[in-house]
Design a protein around this ligand. Structure first.
Ligand code: NZQ
Ligand code: ZN
Length: 394
């Protein structure tokens, strides 16, 4: 086991009707002037925004709204949010929504605490981040895990890059998680979330064995719970028990717990971000479209790890390690299919891509060919290009 530091300071307020505590939670952190950050309107339509505003008013908290955040949130829009927060004199940023609203709220908190600093300079680590405003969230979709994570992902439309920063300042002060708030989700968004949640653990799991028995058991347990409940939630979005399991897994899968004591990879996320930046696609769909091609390319370099995954997560008893490993990949891809998720680029409905476009995506995923990806087998830009090619022709 490698040395590690575990610091996950977000307070979780989980369960039915917990969103009514939003005002009390903000007050705990001394918030008096709150900028509420939300997305394209689902929280207006469901009445949630109004309920949250009432909860703030009950605690005599002043607020302003900043809605209109789009999925794959844009840098320029976050900068507008920073201006709004500064004009209003916000002392607390509250996201009401999913990963896109939460990531934008994190960015606004950083920008408002550092007036005059460009957000992209923070994202590219030109300027070190040393302070931020407190922020919290009311989660409406189980997926990105941003409600407990140390990262925030923005798309820079000018450069065509989608990338994240990891910093302790990204950990929300609190996350209110009421599974009932997810009942209005379209099944497609639930499926995207299920894939993303599984992927946050898979990306930490497929690392050469570093003797992490406890961490492995947590990861395998989480994946089994997701496999069982993901399909239930997809078929019946109002299944409270299934949505509760999915929501809690979403946070645990990306708060670092499932990867403690070993390196992490996030290679398939790099492929997904390259696709997301170019085609503005749902994050989970970009991951399911690429995972199978990545797994088939690398499994032979660590058959034992894939075999272990097959045995512990899928209960496969193949006649040998190779057969079990291959069956595990097949079962994972079939599971994504059962959620009606794309398992190749064609199914992303972006047309068949030319070799030049595939190379452009590979260059983007590897920062212009300067970065090697994946831990099971180190992948350079040409390997990544071949994986995109395989996903294109699957
Ligand atoms: O914008 P609105 O109208 O709210 O609609 C959203 C959006 O269209 C809708 N939605 C959310 N809750 C709903 C709902 N519709 C009906 N009822 C509800 N209760 O769902 C759509 C997707 O929302 P979004 O916030 O984009 O989803 P998600 O949570 O999947 O976030 C995706 C973003 O997070 C990033 C992704 O790259 C992507 O940009 N990620 C952030 C991470 C982090 N900060 O730790 C890690 C992840 O790996 C990921 O990269
Ligand atoms: Zn993700």
């Amino acid at each position: 086991m490698q040395n590690f530091t575990q610091y996950t300071p977000t307070e979780i307020v989980f369960g039915s009707k917990t969103h009514l505590q939003a005002g009390i939670e903000v007050k705990k952190w001394n918030g008096h002037r709150v900028l509420i950050v939300y997305g394209g309107g689902s929280v207006v339509k469901s009445g949630l925004l109004e309920t949250i505003e009432n909860a703030l008013r009950e605690e005599k908290i002043t607020y302003e709204e900043f809605g209109g955040v789009k999925p794959n949130p844009r840098l320029a829009y976050a900068e507008r949010g920073v201006q709004k927060a500064l004009e209003f004199g916000a002392d607390f940023i509250l996201a009401v929504g999913g990963g896109s609203s939460i990531d934008t709220a994190k960015a606004i908190a950083h920008g408002a605490a550092n007036p005059g600093t460009k957000l992209w300079d923070i994202w590219t680590q030109k300027v070190p981040l040393t302070r931020s405003l407190p922020m919290g969230c009311v989660l409406t979709i189980a997926a990105a895990g941003s409600e407990m994570s140390s990262s925030s992902v923005l798309t820079n439309e000018e450069t065509g890059e989608k990338s994240g920063i990891t910093t302790v300042f990204n950990r929300p002060k609190f996350a209110i998680m009421n599974p009932e708030l997810t009942f209005t989700l379209p099944p497609y968004q639930i499926a995207c979330g299920v894939v993303d949640i599984m992927m946050h653990t898979l990306e930490r799991y497929f690392i050469p064995n570093q003797k992490n028995q406890m961490t492995d058991e947590i990861a395998e347990g989480l994946l089994r719970v997701m496999i069982e409940n993901g399909i239930k939630g997809f078929k019946n979005p109002e299944d409270y028990d299934a949505m509760s399991e999915i929501m809690w897994c979403g946070s645990l899968s990306h708060n670092d717990l499932t990867g403690l004591g070993r390196e992490k990879d996030f290679c398939v996320h790099k492929f997904g971000h390259a696709l997301g930046a170019k085609y503005d696609l749902a994050h989970g769909a970009t991951l399911s479209a690429m995972w199978g091609s990545w797994a088939e390319y690398v499994y032979r370099f660590d058959v034992d790890r894939f075999c272990h995954y097959g045995q512990k997560v899928w209960g496969i008893q193949g006649k040998d390690a190779v057969e079990t490993a291959r069956e595990a990949i097949r079962k994972t891809v079939d599971y994504f299919r059962s959620l009606e998720m794309p398992v190749n680029l064609k199914e992303l409905e972006i047309g068949t891509l030319s070799d030049d476009t595939l190379m452009e995506l590979a260059m983007n995923a590897t920062k212009g060919g300067t970065v090697k990806l994946s831990k099971i087998k180190e992948l350079d830009v040409n390997d990544v290009y071949q994986i995109f090619q395989s996903a294109n022709g699957r």
